[in-house]
Structure formats: structure tokens, C-alpha cells
Design a protein around this ligand. Structure first.
Ligand code: FES
Length: 83
């Protein structure tokens, strides 16, 4: 199913079967917040190994590259809403 997810409240369209990292990247969103050590978070491995793409998804910390988009899903950077 295609539809929209929300990144910090901004609607982002997704394609059928697309993962959240892919939808965000297609929308021009490459920075997914900061790691605990202060490095920029984002997609690196795209196979669930590096943890670089961790985001908050409907209140749960998860890898965006492994997360299939669902209509209305709300995402935000792991460090908060200000990135
Ligand atoms: S990009 Fe490495 S875990 Fe998602």
C-alpha cells in the first residue's frame, strides 16, 4: 500500500512495500538525527547492521531501513524533534 508517513510532522509519500529510510531519502531527508556520540545519523549499510538509521517510529526506536512504511506512521530523529 502506498500513502504517507510523517517526519517531524511533515508528510512524506511512500511507495508500496517501501521502507522508511528509502521514503525519507527520496524526499530529500538524509539526516536522521544524531548518534549518542554526536555523529550524524543516516543510512549507511541499509541492511539493519550499523544502527545508523535509528529513528523514533510511533514512539519506538527502530531501524528505518528495516521498517516497512504504514499509512500515517510518525517518525522523528532519535534525539528529538529539532533536527
Ligand atoms: S542503515 Fe544500517 S541499520 Fe539501517
Amino acid at each position: 500500500m502506498s500513502g504517507r508517513i510523517y517526519w517531524n510532522g511533515t508528510p512524506v509519500p511512500f511507495l508500496p512495500g517501501e521502507n522508511a529510510a528509502s521514503a525519507l531519502l527520496r524526499a530529500g531527508i538524509a539526516g536522521f538525527g544524531r548518534t549518542p556520540t554526536g555523529l550524524p545519523g543516516g543510512v549507511f549499510c541499509a541492511i539493519g547492521q550499523c544502527q545508523g538509521c535509528l529513528v523514533m517510529a510511533d514512539g519506538r526506536l527502530t531501524e528505518a531501513c528495516l521498517l516497512e512504511c504504514r499509512e500515517g506512521m510518525r517518525l522523528s530523529p532519535r534525539g528529538g524533534m529539532n533536527e
